[in-house]
Design a protein around this ligand. Structure first.
Ligand SMILES: O=P(O)(O)OC[C@H]1O[C@H](OP(=O)(O)OP(=O)(O)O)[C@H](O)[C@@H]1O
Ligand code: HPA
Ligand SMILES: [Mg+2]
Length: 179
């Protein structure tokens, strides 16, 4: 375990089993549909890569990059689009892939934006949910795990761009982000 990590919440094996389960659920629900899976960079990059391999039909992939946290451990509440989708999503069934829902501000903004672009349906899969911190009412259609109100890193999740490549999901020691 990395010395800045206080506790491992989910091991690599636990994450992998959950991703497989989510993939199977999504496969059943979207049978016969032409699904567009949209990964929200950078946090969801690993989850997206692993999840699509567990979806048992051909899907299209696209990515958006947004940022609301920057170098801080607190959301600014202002969502900036850094990279937009490549193509129109009009009349498409879209599935947003997120690593974590915290205040809910990012997802609230994204869901509204994609609905305004006249997608046929907009659903959300999030690997993690931190419900205690919610500022707007929103929940995922598919969820991996709920997490307590601590700062989480690993498997895509960062603090100031670090820790994304840890293979497990853990709690960052408070002294690391408070210093
Ligand atoms: O529910 P919220 O409070 O809005 O927080 C969740 C969002 O914050 C993180 O992204 P971040 O802005 O840190 O960008 P990143 O994915 O590049 O790390 C995370 O990946 C979610 O997209
Ligand atoms: O707990 C978190 N860890 C990393 N990134 C995040 N973005 C929102 N909440 C978190
Ligand atoms: Mg981040």
């Amino acid at each position: 375990m990395h010395t800045d990590v206080q506790e491992i919440l989910f091991t690599e094996e636990e994450v992998s089993a959950k991703v497989r389960e989510l993939g199977e659920q999504i496969t059943r629900d979207y049978q016969g549909q032409n699904l567009l899976v949209i990964g929200i960079l950078k946090g969801a990059a690993m989850f997206m890569g692993d999840l699509v391999k567990r979806i048992g039909m051909l899907v299209e992939m696209d990515f958006m990059a947004v940022s609301s946290y920057g170098k801080s451990s607190e959301s600014s509440g202002v969502v900036r689009i850094i990279k937009d989708l490549d193509k129109s999503i009009e009349d498409r069934h879209v599935l947003i892939v997120e690593d974590i829902i915290d205040t809910g501000l990012t997802l609230h903004y994204l869901k509204n934006l994609l609905q305004q672009r006249n997608a046929a349906s907009v659903k959300v899969v999030s690997l993690l949910d931190k419900p205690e911190r919610r500022k707007v009412e929103i929940s995922p259609d598919y969820l991996g795990f709920s997490v307590p109100d601590h700062f989480i890193v690993g498997y895509g999740l960062d603090f100031a761009e670090r820790y994304r490549n840890l293979p497990y999901i853990g709690v960052l020691k408070p002294e690391v982000y408070q210093s």
